[in-house]
Design a protein around this ligand. Structure first.
Ligand code: 4AD
Ligand code: MG
Length: 490
């Protein structure tokens, strides 16, 4: 008993965020955190990650001996007891006059890689285990947290059921990307069948398994009972993409709704994105304004014609205040064909009806033409997944599906979704044409056999959403520990 009580005393600390927002002069308090800077042997800027704003701790001359003063270095962790006093310094209303300073953990100034100066994002990626301690990553990851919380809040308020779809899957029908194999078979000498192929019957699950690329197919099973569900979990794609918007492991939010058509789907996705942005604007104002300034400084380094038109906060406000543009794929292609960029041969990839639009095309539409998020519907069936609903009355050879992608300025595709094909015969025909084994997918087809209903859903790439809200240009900077080709540190 005695021991646990003492431990509880140890944690009678005030968070720096709470102290800065409501600290009253005269109050005795304990804070703990890491030293950002130490000036004149007297002023410690202390940070505990609750906010980017440091608490100024003042140690009066004579309070600490020389040996202790030497140990107050950038990165060291401290427990400080003191009295809250009004601050004369700029940018803060209070500070802490220390009565006692305890060093919890030393940080060798010679070896600590984070110095109180601006480091490049590339350098910080190499020390991702320490980068949370910088202002930029503090702001990004508090916002990431808020976004995740807001995702659950949004769907909970709407009565959606949060369904945890599996991470290991035996189905590779989704076709969303290359998969990572999951196996316990020995590499050097796997069991083989008579024809020489590997015998997965001997594998852990008795069949070939992979990490999931999406929770959608299982999500549809849930929607056929709860009407409205969402998944929010990690997904894995083994594509060799080294871009600023691809990860091999990323998080995706996938709502799936019975009794929704493509229109309902678009409305929900738009409302959802605007809700998430509003939530962060309301709850992370300090972090957003820090990132807004950061981005403004970054933009200043660029040549005029490459600069973005809007600042971060302006952009976010604009997106919440204005509805998204809605166009068909056919219209999008026509806009591209009519564009000065196309006429001046500025696009690297060709434009014609039937192409899978490249990032340069998507960015032209949102950044140059519409200057706002755009929802594109009615994509050619040939370039989309088997489960998307075939549009009726298409010209032969020009079949389209009820797909909808949302394209965002600076990001490109942020949402991919569709109304699903609920008609069994049409779905089977499509699967056969795409060589998807009906047998293996019989559990999925059962939803169309027993009480099928019109339904729809979409997937929001969580990291791309965090990029959009924080203005970070590289997706590796919005996930704690990025997994990309040839990169799996930490
Ligand atoms: O367009 P995708 O592939 O759609 C699906 O997986 C559907 N099953 C979703 C659904 O209808 N339930 O992926 C959805 C989103 C993309 O729009 C993009 O934002 C993100 O996931 N995404 C990635 N994000 C980071 N790294 C990658 N490699 C990504 N691939 C897709
Ligand atoms: Mg997509």
């Amino acid at each position: 008993m005695g021991v646990s009580k003492q431990q509880a005393m140890f944690n009678k600390r005030t968070k720096i965020k709470d102290l800065l927002s409501s600290g009253v002069a005269g109050q005795e308090t304990i804070v703990m955190g890491w030293v950002r800077t130490f000036r004149n042997n007297q002023f410690i800027a202390l940070n505990d990650g609750s906010t980017n704003n440091n608490l100024q701790v003042v140690t009066e001359l004579g309070l600490l001996d020389d040996a202790t003063l030497k140990r107050i270095t950038t990165g060291a962790s401290l427990k400080v007891t003191g009295t809250v006093v009004p601050s004369l310094g700029k940018g803060q209303s209070i500070e802490l006059k220390a009565t006692h300073v305890e060093i919890l953990g030393d940080s060798d100034a010679e070896k600590y890689p984070l110095q109180p100066k601006k480091h490049s994002l590339e350098f910080l990626r190499e020390i991702a285990h320490l980068r949370f301690r910088t202002n930029t990553f503090g702001a990004v990851f508090r916002i990431r947290h808020s976004l995740a919380f807001a995702v659950h809040k949004f769907f909970n308020e709407k009565g959606f059921v949060y369904l945890h779809t599996p991470i290991i899957t035996a189905s590779d029908a989704e076709g969303a990307g290359e998969m990572f194999r999951v196996t316990t078979l020995p590499f050097d000498n796997p069991p083989r069948k008579e024809d020489g192929s590997i015998d997965f019957a001997e594998d852990f699950f008795g069949k070939s398994t992979n990490l999931t690329v999406s929770g959608q197919l299982e999500g549809e099973l849930g929607a056929m009972a709860f009407s409205e569900i969402y998944t929010f979990g990690p997904t894995f794609r083994a594509e060799n993409s080294n871009t600023t918007r691809h990860l091999a492991e990323f998080w995706m939010i996938e709502p799936e709704m019975a009794f929704y058509d493509i229109e309902d789907n678009m409305n929900l996705a738009e409302e959802f994105i605007q809700y998430l942005i509003r939530y962060v604007m309301e709850h992370n104002a300090d972090d957003l304004s820090f990132l807004d300034q950061r981005l403004a400084e970054e933009e200043k380094q660029k040549p005029q014609q490459e600069r973005q038109e809007f600042g971060l906060l302006e952009k976010l406000k604009f997106v919440t205040d204005n509805s998204f543009e809605r166009i068909t794929y056919t219209e999008a292609i026509q806009i591209l064909l009519d564009s000065p960029a196309y006429k001046k041969k500025k696009f690297k990839f060709d434009v014609k009806w039937g192409i899978d639009m490249q990032s340069e095309h998507e960015r032209y539409l949102v950044e140059k033409h519409f200057k706002k998020p755009v929802i594109v519907t009615g994509y050619p069936a040939a370039i989309k997944a088997f489960y998307m609903r075939l549009n009726d009355g298409c010209e032969p050879g020009k079949e389209t599906v009820a797909a909808m992608d949302i394209l965002a300025p600076g990001i490109g595709e942020i949402v991919g979704g569709s109304q699903r094909e609920e008609r069994l015969e049409k779905l089977e025909a499509r699967m056969q044409a795409m060589h998807i084994p009906l047998e293996e997918m019989s559990w999925y087809l059962d939803t169309r056999r027993f009480g099928t209903v019109p339904h729809a859903g979409f997937g929001l790439g969580f990291e791309r959403m965090v990029q959009f809200v924080t203005g970070m240009t590289n997706i590796r900077d919005v996930i704690a520990f990025a997994r990309t080709p040839k990169n799996c540190e930490f």
